[in-house]
Unconditional design. Structure first.
Length: 440
C-alpha cells in the first residue's frame, strides 16, 4: 500500500473516531465518555510501536500525530468537563472535520501555494478549507449570543487557524483541541473585547513572521514571541507589554549594531526560542502571579526582572563596542571584550542606564507617578543581578559547555549554557529586591 493511500486511510480513521465520539457525547454520561477516551488514549500509546498497527499510526517517521490525537481529545475534554458540552463538541469537530478537510483539499496541485509558517509546510487551499469549515462549525454548534457575535467567531477562527498552521510533527492534533478548549474556558469565564483581540492576532502574526524573515528571531523564536505578544497585549495589558517590547526592540537593535560594527560575518544573530524564553520566563511568571493574586509585589518583581535582562543584554552588546578590553572575573585580569564573565566600564554604565530607564518608565506606566526611592531599589536590584550573571558566566558557563549534552548540540534551536545562565542570573533580581526593600 502506498504512503498516500495509508495517509488517506489514517485521516478517515481520525474523522470516523471524531464523529463517533461526537455522537457518543450526546448519549453517554460525561464520566462514561471520559473513561472511553482514556481507554482509547492508552490503547494508542500501547500499540504505537507494534507493526500490526502500523497502518493506524505511521504517517512519517517524524510524525507523532497519532499520539497527539487522543491526548488532544482527552485534554480538551478534561479542560471543558464542567462547561456546556457544545464547547467540547466544537473543538472535537474542528479537529476531526476541518483538519481532515484541510489535508485532503491541500493535496490539490493546480493553483495551490505552500507556506512554511513554523515547521511543517501548509497549503493555501488547505488553510482556506480548514478556516471555512471551522467557521461553519462555530456558527452551527455554538449557541446565541456567541454565534451571533461576529467578532467572537472571528477571534475563535483566527485562533483555530493559528493552532493548525503553527504545528510540527503532527502536533496540530493536540494544539487544535487543547488550544480551542483553553479559548472556550477563558471566554466562558471572562468577558473580552473580541474586536481588540482579533486585531492583536492580525497584527502579531505577520509582525512575528517579519521578525523571522529579517533574521531577528529564528522560526521557533518568532512563534514563542507571538505567544508572548498575545499574552501581554491581549491578556495581561499594555503596562505589562510596554517594558517587554522596549527590551526586545532595543536589544534587537543593539545586537544588529554590534554584529554590523564587529563584522561578524555569516554568523546568525537571530535569537532562538530558548533565548526568548530565558529572557522572559520570570517576567511572565510574575505577571501571571499578579493576575491571580492582585498583589503589588509581583508588579515590582516584574519590573526588576525586565530591567535585569535589559541591562544584561545592553551591556553584552554595547560594552564590546566601546571597550576593547574587559576585566575577567575568572582570570582576574583584562581580556578581550565580549569574553564570558567579563565586565567593562562602558558595559557597566550601559547596564545601569538600562535598569534606570526600564524601572522608571515601567513604574510610571503601572502607577501613574514616580516613586524615586522604589525606582532606585528596582534599578540597583536589577543591576546586581547582571553582576551575578557575569559571575555565572565566568565560573559556570564554561564548565557547562564541557558537558556531553552541550558538546553534542547541533541545532540552532537548542538550549545553551548561556540561556541557563541568563535565567539563573535574572532571577536573583528577586533576592536583591527583597533584601534592599528590607534594608531601606
Amino acid at each position: 500500500m502506498t504512503d498516500q493511500k495509508g495517509l488517506i486511510i489514517r485521516k478517515l480513521i481520525h474523522l470516523s473516531i471524531g464523529l463517533i465520539i461526537w455522537i457518543l457525547s450526546h448519549v453517554l454520561e460525561k464520566n462514561v465518555l471520559l473513561y472511553l477516551i482514556i481507554a482509547g488514549t492508552v490503547f494508542s500509546f500501547l500499540t504505537f510501536n507494534y507493526k500490526k498497527f502500523r497502518l493506524l499510526h505511521k504517517t512519517t517517521d517524524a510524525s507523532l500525530g497519532t499520539l497527539f490525537y487522543p491526548v488532544g481529545i482527552l485534554s480538551s475534554y478534561l479542560i471543558l468537563y464542567h462547561l456546556p458540552l457544545y464547547y467540547f463538541q466544537s473543538a472535537l469537530l474542528v479537529l476531526s472535520i476541518s483538519d481532515t478537510l484541510a489535508n485532503f483539499v491541500g493535496q490539490i496541485q493546480k493553483g495551490n501555494g505552500w507556506i512554511r509558517t513554523f515547521h511543517d509546510r501548509k497549503s493555501i487551499y488547505g488553510i482556506a478549507a480548514y478556516a471555512f469549515s471551522a467557521s461553519l462549525i462555530f456558527y452551527f454548534l455554538l449557541p446565541n449570543p456567541l454565534n451571533s457575535n461576529f467578532f467572537y467567531i472571528l477571534f475563535a477562527l483566527l485562533w483555530a487557524v493559528i493552532l493548525e498552521t503553527a504545528s510540527m510533527r503532527g502536533s496540530d492534533n493536540f494544539t487544535i483541541p487543547a488550544g480551542l478548549a483553553l479559548l472556550f474556558l477563558l471566554t466562558h469565564q471572562f468577558g473580552a473585547d473580541y474586536l481588540y483581540l482579533s486585531t492583536v492576532l492580525l497584527v502579531l502574526a505577520p509582525g512575528c513572521f517579519l521578525l523571522f524573515k529579517f533574521k531577528i528571531l529564528t522560526r521557533r523564536g518568532s512563534f514563542v514571541a507571538f505567544l508572548l505578544g498575545f499574552y501581554f497585549a491581549g491578556i495581561a495589558g499594555w503596562p505589562w507589554l510596554t517594558p517587554v517590547l522596549l527590551f526586545f526592540l532595543s536589544s534587537a537593535a543593539f545586537t544588529k549594531l554590534h554584529h554590523a560594527k564587529k563584522s561578524a560575518g555569516k554568523n546568525s544573530t537571530a535569537r532562538n526560542a530558548w533565548q526568548v524564553i530565558a529572557n522572559t520566563i520570570w517576567a511572565v511568571t510574575s505577571s501571571i502571579l499578579f493576575l491571580f493574586t492582585q498583589s503589588e509585589i509581583f508588579i515590582l518583581l516584574f519590573i526588576a526582572f525586565v530591567a535585569a535582562v535589559t541591562a544584561d543584554t545592553w551591556a553584552s552588546e554595547i560594552g564590546p563596542l566601546l571597550n576593547k578590553r574587559c576585566f575577567s572575573l575568572s582570570k582576574m585580569r583584562t581580556v578581550q571584550a565580549g569574553s564570558n564573565g567579563g565586565i567593562s566600564l562602558f558595559g557597566s554604565l550601559t547596564a545601569l542606564a538600562g535598569t534606570a530607564i526600564i524601572s522608571s518608565l515601567s513604574y510610571y506606566g503601572f502607577f501613574g507617578f514616580y516613586n524615586w526611592n522604589m525606582i532606585a531599589i528596582l534599578s540597583i536590584s536589577a543591576f546586581f543581578a547582571t553582576f551575578v550573571d557575569s559571575l555565572l558566566g565566568a565560573f559556570v558557563e564554561d564548565k557547562m559547555l564541557q558537558m556531553k549534552y552541550f558538546r553534542k548540540r547541533k541545532s540552532l534551536e537548542s538550549i545553551t549554557p548561556n540561556d541557563l545562565v541568563n535565567m539563573l542570573g535574572s532571577v536573583t533580581a528577586f533576592v536583591f529586591f527583597l533584601l534592599l526593600s528590607w534594608l531601606f
